[in-house]
Design a protein around this ligand. Structure first.
Ligand SMILES: NC(=O)c1ccc[n+]([C@@H]2O[C@H](COP(=O)([O-])OP(=O)(O)OC[C@H]3O[C@@H](n4cnc5c(N)ncnc54)[C@H](OP(=O)(O)O)[C@@H]3O)[C@@H](O)[C@H]2O)c1
Length: 342
C-alpha cells in the first residue's frame, strides 16, 4: 500500500498533540476525486475540534478543511472533473456528514466528493485558492441568513480575520451594501480599509456606545453581539457566526459547504475584484504546521493562514506525480475505519 505524509492527532489537546506520520493514500469512492494537495489553509474550527470533542471524530484524525491541488484519480461516477484538473474546496461538511472525514487536508493526498470542489481560477495561486473556501462560504451565508438587502448599511465586527476580510469585499461587490463600517485593532486600520470599508473603527479606543451611527445589518465575526448590538437600528438584523449567538437578537449563521458557491465566485476572482487575503506574515511550510496553528490560535491573524510546500508537490505547480503513485489500491476512503498509522 502506498503511503503518504500527514499531520494527525490521537487525543484532544493543544497544538502539541499534533504529529507528522504516515497514512495510506486513499482510493476515491464512486463520486470522489483523489487530489494531490499543493496548499491548505487553517481555520479556527480545525483548532476547536482538536481541543475538544465538538464532532464525533475517529482517531487518528488529520485536521484541515480547505485545500487546493490537482486531481490525480477519480471514481467511476465523477462527471465534472478529469485527471490533471486544478481544483479547490472545503472537504469537510460538518453539518451534513455523520462524522467528519478522518483524513483532512493537512495531508499530501485526500479524497473529496466532486460536488464539494470547483476548478481553481487561473488567476489564483494554489495558496490563494486554498485560503478561500470555508471562509468565503461562511461569509456569503451570513448575508443570506440575515436576509441582507441591496442598499442597506452594515457594520462588520472584526474586519481583519479570515471571514471578515471577505465579508467586507463582498458587501458592496455582490450584495450592494451602500455604506460599510468595520472594527479592528490599531495596527490593522489601514489593512482593513483596503477591503472596502468606508470607515474603520479602532475597537481598542472606541466603545460601541460611542458610535453614533446605527446600521441596518450587523455582521459579527467575533461573537461580540452582547455589546455590538447597540449599533444596530431598532429593527436591524444581527448575524453572529460564532456559536452560540452572543445576544438574543442575534441569529447564528452556519456555512453551506459546496463547490457551486465557489463556481459562482469565479468571475469575480478571475477579474481580480475579489481577492484572497493571505496573512502578510507569509505562508507556513508543511513541516511547520504546529507553528501555523500557534499563530492562528493567537486570534490575531490578518486574513488567512496558509500551509504550503507539501512534500512531493511539484515546483512548477502544473505537472502531477501521477506516475509515481499507485492509485489502484484497495478501497481506503476518507472515512476509513482501517485508516492506520504505519
Ligand atoms: N458559523 C460558521 O459557519 C463559521 C465558519 C467559519 C468561522 N466561524 C467562526 O467565526 C470566527 C471568526 O473566524 P475567522 O476565520 O475569521 O477567524 P480569525 O481569522 O482567526 O479571526 C482573527 C481576527 O479576529 C479579530 N478580532 C478578534 N477579536 C476582535 C474584536 N473584539 N473586535 C474586532 N476584531 C476582533 C482579530 O483582529 P484584531 O487583532 O484587530 O483584534 C483578527 O484579525 C471564529 O470563531 C470561527 O470559529 C464560524
Amino acid at each position: 500500500m502506498k503511503m503518504q505524509k500527514a499531520w494527525f492527532y490521537e487525543e484532544y489537546g493543544p497544538k502539541e498533540v499534533l504529529k507528522l506520520g504516515d497514512f495510506p493514500i486513499p482510493s476515491p469512492l464512486e463520486n470522489q476525486l483523489l487530489v494531490q494537495v499543493y496548499a491548505a489553509a487553517l481555520n479556527p474550527i480545525d483548532s476547536k475540534r482538536r481541543m475538544r470533542p465538538i464532532f464525533p471524530s475517529d482517531f487518528p484524525a488529520v485536521p484541515g478543511c480547505d485545500m487546493a491541488g490537482v486531481v490525480i484519480g477519480k471514481g467511476v461516477n465523477v462527471k465534472k472533473f478529469d485527471i490533471g484538473d486544478e481544483v479547490y474546496g472545503n472537504i469537510q461538511d460538518f453539518n451534513s456528514m455523520e462524522k467528519p472525514k478522518q483524513l483532512g487536508t493537512l495531508a499530501q493526498f485526500i479524497v473529496v466528493e466532486e460536488n464539494l470542489v470547483a476548478r481553481k481560477p487561473k488567476r489564483l495561486s494554489f495558496e490563494e485558492a486554498a485560503s478561500l473556501p470555508l471562509a468565503v462560504q461562511t461569509a456569503i451565508e451570513g448575508f443570506k441568513t440575515g436576509d441582507f438587502k441591496k442598499g442597506e448599511t452594515m457594520f462588520v465586527v472584526g474586519g481583519a480575520g479570515g471571514v471578515g476580510t471577505l465579508v467586507l469585499q463582498l458587501a458592496k461587490l455582490m450584495f450592494g451594501a451602500s455604506y460599510v463600517v468595520s472594527s479592528c485593532s490599531t495596527p490593522k486600520l489601514k489593512f482593513v480599509k483596503q477591503f472596502g470599508a468606508d470607515k474603520v473603527v479602532d475597537y481598542t479606543k472606541t466603545k460601541y456606545e460611542d458610535i453614533e451611527e446605527k446600521f441596518d445589518f450587523i455582521y459579527d465575526t467575533v461573537g461580540d453581539c452582547k455589546k455590538s448590538f447597540v449599533v444596530a437600528k431598532k429593527d436591524g438584523a444581527i448575524v453572529d457566526i460564532t456559536w452560540p449567538a452572543s445576544h438574543e437578537r442575534a441569529v447564528y449563521s452556519s456555512l453551506t459547504v459546496c463547490g457551486e458557491i465557489l463556481e459562482k465566485l469565479r468571475p469575480y476572482l478571475e477579474r481580480g475584484e475579489l481577492k484572497a487575503v493571505i496573512d502578510p506574515k507569509g505562508e507556513y511550510d508543511f513541516e511547520n504546521v504546529i507553528d501555523a496553528f500557534g499563530y492562528i490560535e493567537t486570534g490575531r491573524a490578518w486574513g488567512k493562514v496558509v500551509v504550503t510546500c507539501f512534500p512531493m508537490a511539484p515546483k512548477d505547480r502544473h505537472s502531477t506525480i501521477l506516475s509515481e503513485i499507485d492509485t489502484n489500491i484497495p478501497q481506503v476512503n476518507g472515512f476509513a475505519k482501517d485508516l492506520c498509522l504505519k
